[in-house]
Design a protein around this ligand. Structure first.
Ligand code: NAG
Ligand code: NAG
Ligand code: NAG
Length: 265
């Protein structure tokens, strides 16, 4: 009996390993037959990608936004935590160990889950696409999601970098040079999370990747930050060619209103 235990344990771990591998298989891309215009028909579970009426990303037309100074975003995060940089096939993601805090929207608590980058940006402002976009994904106990987005543009000087991403430079290089899926970053600050939102846009949309689940509360920082061309190239470097440009095209607003909070007004 005892001699069977190791085999049992091995069988279970092999099974789990396989299940994880299958779960991680990515069956969509950003161009051609598996590209965004076909996501909705790749699998029944992806149907919302084409039939959904509250999809993301969208174009934020500034003079059509509705000012709402009652919008709130209260956040509380640990200042530092151990972090891991991950090549998740479709983008580069960053996770912190354990619970590091979260935010509250309309009385509901959303805990931070992970952050990841898209380049070019997915959301547009007055039709303008930016160099990159960071998504800070949060999840409530009932699994509903709230994502904060930060847009990045190239600065006038090529040396004007995003300081947070600059700290991840070596880890990013290791992801591509060593062709690995994970790199330990060690203790890292949580700067993108603690960013001050003096101006932001808010609307309800979806995740921007299949299965394109809706009900996501989007908060888009009104201030566009700076990133260097080299940093965007470093974010793309570990990704396979079909995921280097990982922005889903603009989705129709379909009568949704985008609200604006502006403390500066
Ligand atoms: C809103 O912006 C559009 C395009 O930029 C412009 O044509 C229109 O006149 C603006 N409307 C108002 C009310 O400012
Ligand atoms: C961070 O990770 C290192 C290496 O794994 C570990 O030695 C250290 O205790 C961790 N620190 C915290 C605060 O979790
Ligand atoms: C990286 O590793 C994956 C799987 O281990 C392999 O399929 C791929 O060809 C490798 N890429 C390079 C550039 O070595």
């Amino acid at each position: 009996m005892i001699s069977k235990i190791p085999f049992f344990v091995i069988a279970i771990s092999l099974f789990l390993g396989l299940a994880l591998a299958v779960d991680h298989e990515v069956d969509f891309s950003y161009s051609g037959a598996t590209g965004p215009s076909n996501w909705g028909t790749l699998k029944p579970e992806y149907a919302l990608c084409s039939s959904g009426l509250k999809q993301s990303p969208v174009n934020i037309i500034q003079n059509k936004t509705v000012l709402n100074q009652n919008l709130k975003l209260s956040k509380q995060y640990d200042a530092v935590a151990n972090a891991t940089l991950i090549n998740s096939v479709i983008h580069i993601a960053l996770k912190y160990d354990g619970e590091i805090g979260g935010m509250q929207i309309n009385g509901k608590i959303y805990n931070f889950e992970e952050m990841h980058w898209h380049s070019p940006s997915e959301h547009l402002i007055d039709g303008q696409r930016f160099a990159a976009e960071l998504h800070l994904v949060h999840r409530a106990q009932d699994h509903s999601a709230a994502v904060n987005a930060i847009l990045y543009q190239f600065g006038n000087s090529p040396t004007k970098v995003d300081p947070f991403l600059a700290e991840l430079g070596d880890a990013l290089e290791m992801l591509s040079e060593n062709n690995v899926t994970k790199v330990d970053v060690g203790m890292l600050n949580t700067k993108p999370l603690t960013q001050n939102y003096r101006k932001f846009y808010r609307y309800v949309g979806s995740f921007t990747t299949p299965p394109c689940k809706e009900g996501v509360i989007w908060t888009i920082l009104g201030e566009v930050k700076t990133i260097s061309q080299e940093q965007v190239a470093a974010l793309k470097a570990p990704l396979e060619p079909e995921y280097k440009d990982n922005a889903r095209p603009e989705q129709s607003l379909n009568f949704r209103k985008i609200e604006l909070y502006n403390k500066l007004k």
